[in-house]
Write a protein that binds this ligand. Structure first.
Ligand SMILES: Cc1cc2nc3c(=O)[nH]c(=O)nc-3n(C[C@H](O)[C@H](O)[C@H](O)COP(=O)(O)OP(=O)(O)OC[C@H]3O[C@@H](n4cnc5c(N)ncnc54)[C@H](O)[C@@H]3O)c2cc1C
Length: 465
């Protein structure tokens, strides 16, 4: 760890070489870590710029056709980028947003850079963009991980089977990665460099003019994007809900959860910052342990999955062999009832609890974890085949959830079909894959109260038995 207090395990050189003598600034190409607070890549860029006696430019490439993104996602993201632009100006860094393919925007801005710093992402396209940058940049490229507590290769060198196999590895190391990164104050003011970009002002208008899917509207009145909002929501959780976190983990009629997944997805908040804050809440040990289990163990297991499963993380064939075999054995079992995708999407099944979950997802972009499990398991029961169920669950998940299209989306949808789980008693349709039924809900929590909660949130009556 140097002065910037960033653990070596977070830093990787993607392209070696000496800093470009002709360059005017250090470029931080921001893509995943869309924040200025607890952003290891930004702090690293500032520290390197100070060493090289130059300013920092932060560049962002905004594309219309980001995989599976729609107006809901773009609005939330732009709310965050507006925040970023303002906060960077306070830190004397120039923020440049340009329309275009992210890696190409980075390459264009990189032509005048002494070196390029980038953050890290694990999905197929995010990895491809960074490879393209490393291949084509004319100066060194350094990648700095800021959106995982324990960097993926340090946590484990292989694809893990389950939470139980990665837990010890993460718990043994995570304390080493909780230090706040500090790059110091930039010595050179970058704000007046003449590098052109688009202003982020009127977000609804900006989104309206983009050629994206507008059928899924923004949910800003419920959840607004941005680092300051993320931290406000988290402080509210710590003050008012954290003391019930462990007890209410499986109680979807309550709201004693952090709501951090959407902010984590867009990089509006650093997981290390959240752990650091939770560690300070000393008198809530049971709740703290439970939160660490979710944020550290479960979330980083998902990242381990996407990283090591490589091309298969979003494919049915990426499931474990035992699950594929047992689902295949039961592929021809009768589905009764059986629904079409449209019936599911319109929340018109005969199951009121399931319809409520679908409505919560559509109207708010969120769903409590327990209902996500039930929601997905019933899709397996009702879709014509397991591979169709996989496709439908992932499609709806990524279309409506603000936190969709994340490593957590792919790993958790795969979990529905046996990933990171074990075999259970054999049943129709599911085979040995874990099943969840409506009768089980009533034993665990108060599903009728959950339906009332969603009716209030959506302003619509929920039908079904
Ligand atoms: C079928 C299914 C689909 C899911 N799809 C997504 C998705 O698209 N995006 C997403 O981020 N999460 C997904 N999850 C995981 C989990 O439901 C959400 O992360 C959680 O409900 C988000 O709410 P929260 O931030 O209030 O969680 P909290 O309970 O406050 O948890 C804190 C953080 O821990 C992490 N976390 C919590 N539960 C899990 C879990 N089961 N697996 C991994 N990490 C977890 C999240 O980062 C979360 O923000 C899915 C789960 C299931 C069963």
């Amino acid at each position: 760890m140097k002065d910037h207090k960033i653990a070596e395990g977070r830093i990787q050189t993607l392209k070696e070489g000496d800093a470009n003598e002709e360059g005017k600034y250090v470029l931080y190409w921001m893509q995943q870590s869309q924040r200025t607070h607890w952003n290891h890549a930004l702090e690293y860029a500032i520290a390197r710029a100070n060493e090289l006696d130059c300013a920092v430019v932060v560049g962002f490439g905004l594309m219309d056709d980001y995989p599976e993104a729609n107006a809901r996602h773009y609005t939330f993201m732009l709310e965050g980028l507006k925040d970023v632009g303002e906060a960077l100006s306070d830190r004397k860094c120039k923020f440049v947003l340009r329309f275009g393919h992210p890696a190409e925007v980075a390459l264009e801005l990189g032509k005048d850079a002494r070196l390029i710093v980038c953050d890290r992402g694990y999905l197929r396209h995010q990895r491809a963009w960074r490879s393209q940058l490393a291949d084509q940049a004319e100066c060194p490229v350094i990648q700095v991980e800021s959106d995982i507590v324990v960097p993926v290769e340090q946590a484990s060198e292989k694809q893990e089977y389950a939470a139980r196999t990665i837990r010890k590895k993460l718990m043994g190391q995570y304390q080493d990665y909780l230090e706040e990164p500090k790059g110091g104050n930039p010595q050179k003011d970058g704000r007046y460099l003449s590098v052109s970009g688009e202003p982020v002002r009127n977000i609804p208008k900006m989104v309206e003019q983009m050629s994206v899917d507008h059928s899924v509207p923004a949910v800003s009145e419920l959840f607004k994007g941005g680092q300051s909002e993320a931290e406000r929501v988290f402080e509210n959780f710590l003050d008012n809900h954290f003391s019930d976190y462990d007890e209410h983990r499986n109680q979807p009629q309550t709201d004693d959860v952090s709501h951090m997944s959407k902010y984590l997805h867009f990089g509006h908040v650093a997981p290390a910052y959240l752990l650091h804050r939770v560690k300070e809440a000393k008198h809530h040990s049971k709740n703290r342990e439970s939160f660490i289990e979710e944020l550290l163990v479960r979330r980083e297991l998902s990242i381990n999955y996407c990283y090591y499963a490589k091309e298969d993380y979003d494919r049915f064939k990426g499931l474990p062999d035992w699950a594929l075999e047992t689902l295949e054995d039961h592929k021809s079992d009768e589905r009764d009832p059986s629904y079409r995708l449209q019936t599911l999407e319109e929340a018109k099944t005969d199951d009121a609890y399931w319809n409520a979950a679908m409505m919560e997802m559509k109207h708010t972009g969120y769903m409590h974890n327990y209902m996500r499990m039930y929601w997905g398991k019933r899709i397996i029961a009702w879709a014509p085949t397991p591979s169709t169920a996989f496709k439908w669950a992932l499609h709806l998940n990524n279309k409506y959830f603000l936190d969709g299209r994340d490593c957590n989306s792919f790993a958790n949808v795969s979990w529905l079909f046996g990933q990171h789980d074990r075999g259970w008693t054999e049943r129709p349709i599911f085979g040995k894959v874990r099943i969840m039924k409506q009768s089980g809900l009533k034993r665990k929590f108060k599903p009728d109260q959950y339906v009332e909660k969603v009716e209030e949130l959506s302003g619509e009556k929920i039908n079904g038995g």
